[in-house]
Write a protein that binds this ligand. Structure first.
Ligand SMILES: [Zn+2]
Length: 173
């Protein structure tokens, strides 16, 4: 889950927890420009929703993990680790869950390949099948070996285009 805090109409802070790290992204947008800066810190997994509090010259962000509390001060475009900062708990507000904004340079690890669906198209990896609407494509290995022919006389594998068995000479067609 990603959380956001609105610093102002043009500046947002995003907090993400791709375990065991906390990623803080500062996104600011102005007329015709967009800026992102961020930092990634080894913290562990959050045990509660991160919170923020407005202070005189910026904002304090705090997240709590099994390792303890981590506090950062966000000032202008800077994110400073400040675990010694005074935390005015009574004024702190929880960050809002969000799906918007991307954590800098991090991507969720690929989920194990399961059936994938896009509109009326469906794909799965084993056996390799693809379904589009009413049509199903299968790349199952057993279908491939079924294409082989065998001589009815001696059982030797023969090419489907052969007229005679290469081993015993039995007429195939
Ligand atoms: Zn034969």
């Amino acid at each position: 889950m990603r959380y956001q805090y609105n610093l102002g109409p043009h500046q947002k802070i995003y907090l993400d927890n791709p375990a065991p790290n906390t990623v803080i992204t500062l996104a600011s947008s102005g007329p015709g420009q967009q800026q992102q800066s961020g930092t990634q810190i080894l913290t562990g997994v959050w045990t509660e929703v991160p919170r923020a509090v407005q202070v005189g010259d910026g904002v304090l962000i705090r997240c709590v993990t099994a390792q303890g509390a981590f506090i950062w001060q966000v000032q202008g475009t800077q994110i400073l680790s400040d675990n010694a900062a005074q935390w005015p708990d009574e004024r702190a507000v929880p960050l809002q869950p969000t799906e918007v904004g991307s954590a800098m340079g991090t991507m969720a690890p690929m989920a194990p390949m399961g059936p994938m669906k896009m509109g009326n198209m469906e794909m799965s990896a084993s056996p390799m099948t693809m379904r589009m609407g009413e049509m199903t494509l299968s790349m199952d290995n057993t279908n491939v070996s079924n294409a082989k022919k065998f001589c009815p006389q001696c059982g030797t594998a023969v090419d489907p285009s052969d007229r005679f068995c290469g081993s015993c000479g039995h007429q195939l067609r």
